[in-house]
Design a protein around this ligand. Structure first.
Ligand code: RNT
Ligand code: ZN
Length: 411
């Protein structure tokens, strides 16, 4: 018997919180882990670097260079993360056995090794068309004024819908397809409407391919600006919020994609009054959309509280960060575990009591209780959760990463 856990359990019980129920709930919350932390968003097409106004910085060694290395690294990370999760792939991670296919010719067969990988580990797969790091994405993609470029990227989007459907069929779990495009302008546009009208038309055409809506959940991810596209972003929040509401697709909110004082935690309840589900990219933006590793910080905790209040089945959770300055496996483990800790902390909150205090306008007591709860021993419950899920508790996992790193030196 673990004494620290037992004493934490008692303390939480005295506040009306069932720690066992919280741990059971947490074990059932899947997080779609992004594959792109492992190789700095490089993919397997052999292209010439990351574009689209996003950036990976740092030169820590050990980036995965092949599908085999990436898969082994994902396995290593998964072995240190409690619970059963999902894997989030980008189209640029296609694995070509023979002749490579361009983005508009991608087919399910190019992702067969990933489906086998996922099947063996009981993971669901989510998917993202890749509208960047490609010669045809230099100026614009779905909002392009060039009919050929416009059509190329529509074909890419359509191909990806079919691939997501294949994932869902093979693995027996719906696949989220997240559309994010980098299109925008460095300078103040003379015409804001045209590119947005073309984006709208492109989305209509992508959605016109027949697909099973039970199997593929399509979401669109907005953004406020990208590097080199500071003045105007075609796919803005208002654009996709309206598009999603009218066309019955989901919005994906990335918490790095808003003005710095805007809170994604505050947006979730509004979105869910009008849509059955909302999807999230959880990240940490430091001064800009820098995609630092997720921490157990106030922003993440506040989002976790809203997710738990909304019902964890209504918020589709994915991670999105890329740090090349630290060990990449540790980055995954720290990020996902931090998000889980935030969710656990939310699950260990006497939510009904706090809500009652608000409804009765007893704000002094509400403030007092919230502050007292901050020092409750969530860490003891977290460690118990790790142990019952057969992953190292505390810092124990880090030694295993160091060992793996020594065995897998990559020049
Ligand atoms: C970019 C978006 C997008 C990407 C991934 C790689 O700002 O956040 O989600 O990070 O598609
Ligand atoms: Zn994102």
């Amino acid at each position: 018997m673990n004494e620290r856990y037992e004493s934490a359990k008692e303390l939480y019980a005295s506040a009306g919180v069932d720690t066992e129920a919280a741990m059971r709930k947490l074990a059932g919350i899947p997080i779609s882990i992004h594959c792109w932390q492992g190789d700095d968003v490089t993919g397997f097409e052999g292209g010439s670097g990351l574009t689209g106004g996003i950036q990976v910085t740092g030169n820590y060694p050990g980036r995965a260079r092949t599908p085999e290395e990436l898969m082994a690294d994902i396995d290593m990370a998964l072995s240190l993360i409690p619970g059963r999760h999902r894997l989030n792939l980008h189209a640029s991670y296609a694995i070509f056995k023979g002749k490579p296919a361009d983005r508009d010719e991608l087919e399910p067969c190019h992702f067969e090794p990933w489906v086998e990988f996922a099947r063996k580990r009981g993971l669901g797969l989510d998917f993202n068309p890749t509208f960047f790091s490609h010669p045809k994405s230099q100026n614009a993609t779905l909002s392009s004024e060039d009919p050929e470029i416009h059509a190329f990227w529509i074909r890419h989007g359509q191909a990806c819908v079919k691939i997501a459907e294949y994932f869902a069929e093979e693995l027996g779990t719906p696949s989220l397809l997240d559309i994010w495009i980098p299109d925008g302008f460095k300078e103040i546009p003379a015409d804001r409407l045209g590119p947005r009208a073309r984006l709208k038309d492109s989305l209509d055409q992508i959605l016109s391919v027949p697909y099973d809506k039970e199997k593929v959940l399509i979401a669109a991810e907005s953004k406020v600006f990208g590097i080199g596209m500071e003045s105007y972003t075609v796919g803005s929040h208002e654009f996709y919020m309206n598009y999603g509401a009218k066309n019955n697709i989901l919005c994906l909110l990335d918490n790095g994609h808003y003005h710095p004082t805007e809170s994604v935690a505050d947006k979730i309840s509004s979105m869910l009054l009008f849509s059955d589900k909302v999807a999230l990219h959880v990240t940490r933006s430091v001064r800009w959309d820098s995609d630092h590793v997720i921490l157990l910080d106030d922003e993440t905790k506040e989002m976790a509280r809203e997710i738990v209040l909304a019902g964890t089945d209504r918020v589709i959770l994915a991670t999105d960060f890329f740090d090349a300055g630290i060990n990449r496996i540790a980055a995954w483990v720290i990020g996902v575990r931090s998000l889980q800790k935030a969710l656990l902390s939310a699950l260990l909150t006497p939510r009904d009591e706090l809500k009652r205090l608000q409804d009765e306008r007893r704000f002094t007591e509400l403030l007092m209780l919230r502050e007292e709860l901050k020092l409750f021993p969530v860490g003891d419950v977290w460690n118990q959760f790790c142990v019952t899920n057969n992953v190292p508790a505390d810092r124990g996992w880090y030694d295993l990463v160091v060992e793996y790193e020594k065995l897998n030196v990559r020049e």
